[in-house]
Design a protein around this ligand. Structure first.
Ligand SMILES: Cc1cc2nc3c(=O)[nH]c(=O)nc-3n(C[C@H](O)[C@H](O)[C@H](O)COP(=O)(O)O)c2cc1C
Length: 360
């Protein structure tokens, strides 16, 4: 059996864009709880760190049974580390692996990782090849020991199996059925200048590999998050992708504010779908395809904020609660008294504190 979820997902595909420090497992559970995005992607995980044994990074690879398909996103520079961490993602049962070639942060891009790879297409192609090889070796039965994963990592994966048995089940299922694990690239339209035609062509020319999806943010690295996303460039990229590799999915990304806009842009720019990032802050309702115009009441916002806190405490009990405060501020808006509540919530240190503040 060869199951490539990109080929079976109904279109348009409206997914949750990966955001480091935001789209952790509790936030993604919240998205699933309110209105399922069509795909979800983990926060990016650094391949060098994890391959060398920084197993605390596996927190970013926690996902739950209801997330399907779920994609592991990885970034870095060393080919061998890409191989190992893609292999780890397979053993954790992920449905797909995505390579981040879009992060503009100096500490990432200046050392050639993230959108630094746009400047070095040869290395980008080698990265794709190395990652693809790991996915194929996994389905062909290679073991964690044969892949030379450190014993510490193997132990950590086994511990995750105990805590999250669905990961082991999915891994076993993929292996048994020799399922094809798809590979995608999330990137930008250029480095200093827009160069999307050349860049997507280079990605697709990777020898011997079909990149199953390209997720394209319509800004250059230099723009970071300034200006507006260039959707005409995304449209042009889509045309080239469909010409060079008709089976490759193209998802556009940048500045989408609502479900209606998402659906409109898919049609207007003739792409397969979109990823929504910042407009999901405190707004898991954005993925609701049917009831786009429902009013989000104060009660709905408070209930969602509290539920999110509960997911956080359940899933990441060892993490500091202050991580939740930005989410709380994002939920509390557009109702009388929301500003005052935001101020109070900045002192909350638990779900119980949040409940008490709401009840006071
Ligand atoms: C706080 C933050 C963290 C991000 N982290 C990641 C990441 O880990 N991986 C990634 O591919 N993109 C990351 N991005 C980029 C987003 O996925 C998305 O491409 C970008 O925000 C544009 O989409 P939007 O206008 O819908 O927000 C991040 C963006 C933000 C704002």
């Amino acid at each position: 059996m060869n199951v490539n979820f990109w080929k079976t997902l109904p279109k348009p595909i409206i997914g949750l864009s990966p955001m480091d420090g935001v789209t952790d497992a509790p936030m993604r559970q919240m998205a699933q709880y309110i209105a399922r995005p069509d795909i979800t992607v983990t926060e990016f995980v650094n391949v060098e760190g994890l391959a060398r044994g920084a197993t605390q990074m596996l927190d970013d690879f926690i996902y739950f049974e209801n997330e399907t398909p779920i994609i592991a996103q990885i970034y870095g520079i060393e080919l061998e580390s890409f191989y190992k961490v893609a292999f780890i993602a397979c053993f954790l049962g992920f449905d797909g692996v995505d390579i981040n070639m879009g992060c503009p942060a100096k500490k990432v891009a200046l050392r050639g990782a993230g959108s630094g790879l746009i400047k070095d297409p040869k290395h980008a192609q080698e990265t794709i090849k190395s990652t693809r090889k790991a996915l194929d070796d996994f389905t062909n039965g290679k073991s964690m020991e044969e892949a030379e994963l450190r014993p510490k990592i193997i132990t950590a994966i086994e511990e995750m199996y105990v805590k999250y048995p669905h990961m082991k089940l999915r891994c076993d299922e993929n292996r048994k059925n020799k399922n094809y694990i798809p590979l995608s690239v999330k990137t930008r339209i250029g480095y200093d200048e827009e160069s999307v035609e050349d860049w997507v062509t280079q990605i697709l020319e990777t020898e011997g590999v079909t990149v199953d999806a390209i997720m394209l943010h319509g800004r250059t690295l230099r723009q970071k998050y300034l200006g507006l996303a260039d959707w005409n460039a995304i449209e042009r990229a889509g045309k080239i992708i469909k010409k060079l590799s008709p089976d490759t999915i193209i998802l556009g990304n940048g500045d989408i504010q609502s479900q209606t806009q998402a659906q409109e842009y898919v049609k207007k720019y003739e792409i397969d779908g979109v990823l929504i990032g910042r407009a999901t802050f405190g707004n898991p309702w954005i993925f609701n395809k049917k009831e786009e115009n429902i009013e989000i009441t104060e009660k709905m916002r408070k209930d969602a904020a509290l539920k999110h806190c509960e997911f956080f405490e359940e899933i990441l009990p060892h993490r500091q609660f202050f991580i939740m405060r930005k989410h709380l501020a994002w939920y509390m808006r557009e109702f009388a008294g929301s500003r005052e509540l935001r101020g109070k919530l900045m002192h909350a240190s638990s779900a119980q504190d949040v409940k008490d503040i709401f009840n006071s």
